[in-house]
Design a protein around this ligand. Structure first.
Ligand SMILES: *[C@@H]1O[C@H](CO)[C@@H](O)[C@H](O)[C@H]1NC(C)=O
Ligand SMILES: *[C@@H]1O[C@H](CO)[C@@H](O)[C@H](O)[C@H]1NC(C)=O
Length: 437
């Protein structure tokens, strides 16, 4: 102890600001190629912009680069073309496979090394932290490839913990997911957190470089290569103007390019006029190429399966058709399930259009605790979709119905049902639908 203290006095610890980055892809499976490609591209950008490799934490399933469907084994591309760089090369994954959960994401962000059992954020109040999440989402939730979804309530708490542990001077959070605008409801104007989301709270985000456009070095990849918002901010960063460009100008440009959804920013705007390079920044000067044929993230499975069938060689047509039919059937089952939930909720309610309004209202999340309970019940009790690689009830398509659960919670008085009753209603509806399979 005494020696250590003496050494500390002799060699005072340097208090220079450091840069940190946490990057997470929330999906698995080859049809979600784009999320892992976005994440590795983001990793490369952090590295090239001077975030030390030791300070970057990347979590992703890491099942895509080596997938049997990948025409370029051990490589990932985030944009088409003959000179598209392999973003998987040098992309160091810290957590892969079944370890990648919402819980791990929270542990890493809050520096809980004991629970994460690996690399975690060790930033201080002198440091800048960049967080990047890409995946599927819905109102008040985003997905992880294993275990339950991350609920907005948990994310808010995580950010508050980071704040109280003084883990950043500035934190910038870029989130790509459907309805990601619903994930940052209580950021303060002076909280030193700036969140930028791919979409507002009521709409999908979009995949890009899909179908016929997903061609690299003359080969079709068979999956979308990127997400529109991610590709737009990263290609903007690729232009290499990070020392002069500010968040304000990047957000403005990216908002214009991401013209299928509304890019939103939340929280502390006080540093939007600082150069992007102070938090995250960039590398090579590349040409900007944005895809005009973006696909709504909710429709990507259907459109990819259809594209695969259209382009399948004769001997694989039947198998491709079976896959396409299974994707359509799984989607129809999700539609039915939420019809059932709404009809059960309204069964003993004497109100005109009760069911329709539960299915179509777009009210804000009012009761976080109720929504959190229903979201977790849905994960635990509803059937997983094989074609979506989901490990619980939620999948990339049905997350759009997270709004229906919000509507149930917002209308508890009208429905005359407590949270526990709504939970059993969800559980019963899923039990019934599981039997139909
Ligand atoms: C991918 O395959 C290569 C070559 O077989 C292997 O060295 C590597 O560990 C694999 N990576 C993953 C994530 O499975
Ligand atoms: C959206 O942006 C793309 C390029 O990013 C452009 O080609 C397309 O025309 C734009 N669409 C609209 C409706 O502005």
């Amino acid at each position: 102890m005494a020696l250590r203290l003496a050494l500390l006095l002799f060699f005072p610890v340097a208090v220079t600001a450091e840069k940190w980055a946490v990057i997470a892809a929330g999906s698995s499976g080859f049809w979600n190629y784009r999320h892992q490609a976005d994440s590795c591209h983001s990793y490369q950008l952090m590295l090239k912009s001077g975030v030390p490799a030791d300070n970057i934490i990347l979590m992703m399933q890491d099942d895509v680069a080596n997938a049997s469907e990948n025409p370029f084994k051990g490589q990932l591309y985030n944009k088409p073309g003959n000179d598209s760089p392999d973003v998987y090369k040098g992309c160091k994954v810290d957590y892969r496979g079944s370890k990648v959960t919402a819980k791990l994401f929270m542990d890493v962000l809050t520096g809980n090394a004991a629970s994460a059992q690996g690399k975690v954020l060790k930033s201080t109040d002198k440091d800048t932290v960049f967080v990047n999440f890409v995946d599927h989402g819905g109102v008040g939730l985003v997905a992880f490839p294993n275990g339950p979804v991350l609920h907005v309530k948990e994310l808010s708490q995580t950010l508050k913990t980071m704040q109280s542990q003084k883990m950043f001077k500035q934190l910038v959070f870029y989130m790509e997911a459907c309805e990601s605008g619903s994930m940052f409801p209580d950021l303060k104007g002076d909280g030193k957190i700036l969140a930028v989301t791919a979409s507002n709270a009521k709409e999908s985000s979009w995949g890009t470089y899909c179908g016929d456009e997903a061609v690299v070095k003359g080969k079709s990849i068979g999956s979308c290569l990127g997400d529109l918002f991610s590709v737009n901010w990263m290609q903007d960063d690729d232009l290499g103007k990070y020392s002069s460009e500010t968040f304000r100008s990047q957000i403005k440009k990216v908002t214009k390019l991401t013209n299928k959804s509304h890019v939103c920013s939340f929280g502390d705007q006080s540093f939007v006029d600082e150069a992007i390079g102070d938090v995250e920044s960039s590398w090579l000067a590349e040409e900007e190429t944005s895809s005009p044929n973006a696909v709504d993230a909710r429709d990507i499975y259907v459109s990819q399966a259809y594209w695969a069938w259209m382009n399948a060689p004769a001997d694989q047509k039947d198998a491709a058709w079976q896959t396409f039919s299974a994707v359509v059937a799984s989607r129809e089952k999700d539609n039915q399930l939420f019809q059932t939930i709404a009809s059960k909720a309204c069964a003993d309610v004497n109100k005109l259009n009760c069911q329709e309004s539960l299915l179509s209202d777009q009210g804000d999340l009012e009761d976080m605790d109720c929504h959190y309970a229903l979201v977790h019940t849905f994960h635990a009790s509803c059937p997983a979709s094989e074609s979506h690689h989901s490990t619980g009830g939620w999948n990339g398509y049905n997350m759009k119905f997270s709004q229906v659960l919000a509507n149930l919670c917002n209308n508890q008085a009208m429905l005359g049902k407590k949270t526990e009753e709504l939970e059993s209603l969800v559980r019963d509806s899923c039990g019934a639908s599981a039997l139909v399979v």
